[in-house]
Design a protein. Structure first.
Length: 147
């Protein structure tokens, strides 16, 4: 095999490997959103932790907050909790199992699909949820972006 053929074959293989690795290389960004009519403009990570982990049940302005988990998209849910509290989903679920048993706090409301979450967000001013940035509509307001 000549140098040119080897070079061409190597280059072709490298380009193919690069295109395969790029398919999932940049995961979609997760954002936290609320209803467009909600008074809250922005939230910090600590405030989100307090709401999604059951410490508080109201937005910083004192209005009732309804955090929402998506049930049927385990990948999104796992990515969100890993980014939010640095724990795998199994540990988050164990945390909620202990707290629910005690009866002291309420876990996030569960919606089954992203579409259900989006519909709830568009209808409920108190709703707060994590979704992929591509799912944001003009009836929602982004209050936090994960980097």
């Amino acid at each position: 095999m000549t140098f040119y053929k080897r070079y061409s074959l190597t280059l072709t293989i490298l380009m193919a490997l690069n295109s395969f690795s790029c398919l999932g290389a940049t995961p979609e960004k997760i954002v936290v959103v609320t209803n467009q009519k909600n008074d809250v403009q922005v939230m910090d990570k600590k405030g989100l932790i307090d709401l999604f982990m059951g410490k508080y049940s109201a937005f910083p302005n004192g209005k009732q907050a309804t955090p929402i988990d998506v049930e049927l998209n385990a990948e999104l849910k796992a990515q969100f909790y890993e980014a939010l509290v640095g724990l795998p989903l199994a540990r988050v679920n164990a945390y909620w199992s202990r707290l629910k048993f005690s009866g002291r706090v309420k876990p996030p409301v569960i919606e089954q699909t992203i579409n259900d979450v989006c519909q709830r967000l568009e209808e409920d001013e108190s709703a707060l949820a994590y979704i992929y940035e591509s799912n944001v509509t003009n009836k929602m307001k982004v209050v936090y972006r994960f980097d």
